[in-house]
Design a protein. Structure first.
Length: 223
């Protein structure tokens, strides 16, 4: 099972609150080298053999993957915290009409069991934030509060996925789980991140592989 990765300490504040400590964007050693294959910007789709309740039927967007380990965010497990409740908790007032896939009553995602009190925001790249990682030309990950501040003021990303917590793997752990057929892998589609309703994301990710979720077995398959 995924577990807590080795954390780094960027100097920015996490989106979980003004005084909750340093952000943990990387969570992995920057000089650890490269894995034999890089699954950043891929979905990990839990296989039926994944009996752990946290990851059962989960879709993970993988943000980092190198020889030191991996870090991702579960994108289809909603919490009971809504977007407007999170902004209120952070004492941020939405001065604009929320647009696209981030509605005030939309749920914040449960991103994983690691650092559950910290926020991880997926959004299109473009603006510069204090603690941000560009994953692809369509997706970036930010863990600093300023991305939410900018959004509240109307200057931020036009669409976002907000999660609390993340999933982390130590060196070689994810590779072992894939070989054990715990996960299917497929290149991520940003439309599933930002546009597809939460309850449809597992099936939508499976369809990227051309697989009918109802016919899924424990056999391996990757793309």
């Amino acid at each position: 099972m995924p577990k807590q990765a080795k954390s780094s300490s960027p100097s920015s504040r996490p989106v979980s609150g003004p005084d909750s400590g340093s952000a943990a964007l990387a969570g992995l050693a920057a000089d650890a080298g490269k894995p034999t294959f890089n699954l950043a910007n891929h979905f990990l789709i839990a296989m039926p053999c994944m009996s752990d309740s946290v990851f059962n039927r989960s879709v993970v967007y993988l943000c980092e993957h190198h020889a030191g380990g991996a870090l991702g965010v579960i994108i289809n497990k909603p919490t009971d915290v809504s977007v407007d409740a999170l902004f209120e908790r952070l004492e941020l007032r939405l001065e604009i009409n929320v647009q696209d896939g981030l509605r005030p009553q939309a749920p914040v995602m449960f991103g994983g069991p690691v650092q559950g009190d910290r926020g991880f925001v997926l959004h299109p790249p473009g603006n510069a934030y204090s603690s941000s990682l560009t994953i692809s030309d369509q997706v970036a990950l930010t863990t600093s509060r300023d991305v939410l501040q900018a959004f509240a003021e109307g200057n931020g990303p036009h669409r976002m996925l907000i999660s609390l917590g993340c999933a982390g793997w130590d060196s070689g752990q994810l590779e072992q789980e894939i070989l054990r057929n715990d996960w299917l892998t497929v290149r991520a589609d940003p439309a599933i991140l930002f546009e597809t309703p939460v309850e449809q994301r597992f099936d939508a990710a499976m369809h990227l592989l051309g697989i009918d979720p109802g016919m899924l077995s424990g056999e391996a398959g990757h793309a």
